[in-house]
Design a protein. Structure first.
Length: 292
């Protein structure tokens, strides 16, 4: 299965929310990264059919998803940030309700299978309003999977979750992504660093980069530095610049800096992380310095 975006653009009068997005997706987990306002939600809403693009098209195996209509929607699962589930329904009742809407055959068997998959079987009779944030996200995943979709869209699914629930959620997504196309939009890079097969970075509505997990760190290869300094000097440097973090390690204070050039004589190159890539691409302050 191939999902192809061809110059997808969305404009609102004088504002361009998405500009000429082009990419080809197959099975796997795709991390859609970018700050708020980058165009992530616009892209997902267009894919889900909730918005019409101003220009461009999306093709599924060479056919327009808009023309496929219901046939495409039948293989699509979408979990927005706030799914709007009825708070007084139990987890099981919500699953049963959406199974009826999606015309699921043998719904009880499918519901019980999915509740086990997201580890909610023991809590299925509890009301949705009593669920923790992580339980709500896991139930949302179960609802999305009722029709066994081939394409799954997740909008900021780990926002507000504690570390344990985020780890559990990542494990679920990792399993799902083996035979589906999962598009996961987030600005929390640590949530996708270990599970994404490909990274799509959006900035101001435009594609900043599309790289596989093996290629993404090449963007900042040789551009990440650390040097030992005093706490006062580190604070002064980091407060004035957005391309630096203060790291405390083994009783020492270090400046962790993303820069095209070696920032200090005693700076040493270090192994980059996905967070460094994010900082390098979306840090306007560091970009201005790199142009000087």
């Amino acid at each position: 299965m191939t999902l192809e975006f061809k110059n997808v653009t969305k404009k609102y009068r004088s504002k361009t929310a998405l500009n000429g997005f082009t990419a080809t997706l197959t099975e796997g987990v795709y991390a859609l990264l970018g700050p708020n306002g980058a165009g992530k939600s616009t892209l997902m809403n267009i894919l889900a059919g909730l918005l019409k693009p101003t220009a461009g098209e999306i093709l599924l195996d060479g056919q327009s998803t808009e023309k496929l209509g219901r046939q495409f929607r039948n293989i699509l699962g979408y979990l927005p940030q706030d799914p709007g589930f009825y708070p007084t329904f139990s987890g099981y009742e919500l699953m049963k309700y959406y199974a009826a809407l999606k015309d699921i055959k043998r719904p009880e068997e499918r519901i019980n299978e999915l509740l086990r998959f997201v580890n909610l079987s023991d809590d299925s009779k509890r009301k949705y309003k009593e669920y923790s944030g992580g339980m709500k996200r896991r139930l949302g995943i179960a609802v999305c999977l009722l029709n066994d979709p081939k394409i799954l869209i997740l909008d900021e699914p780990t926002a507000g979750l504690d570390p344990k629930e985020r780890m559990r959620f990542r494990n679920i997504i990792g399993k799902i992504g083996r035979d589906k196309t999962v598009i996961l939009a987030t600005h929390i890079v640590s949530d996708v660093e270990s599970i994404a097969d490909c990274f799509i970075l959006l900035k101001n509505g435009e594609t900043a980069a599309v790289r596989t997990a093996d290629e993404i760190l090449d963007i900042v290869d040789g551009k990440v530095w650390e040097n030992v300094t005093s706490a006062q000097a580190a604070e002064e440097y980091a407060l004035d610049r957005a391309n630096a973090n203060i790291v405390k390690r083994d009783g020492e204070v270090l400046l962790h800096i993303v820069s095209d050039d070696k920032p200090f004589d005693n700076s040493e190159p270090v192994t980059p992380t996905l967070e460094d890539v994010y900082m390098y691409i979306f840090n306007e302050a560091s970009e201005e310095r790199s142009k000087e």
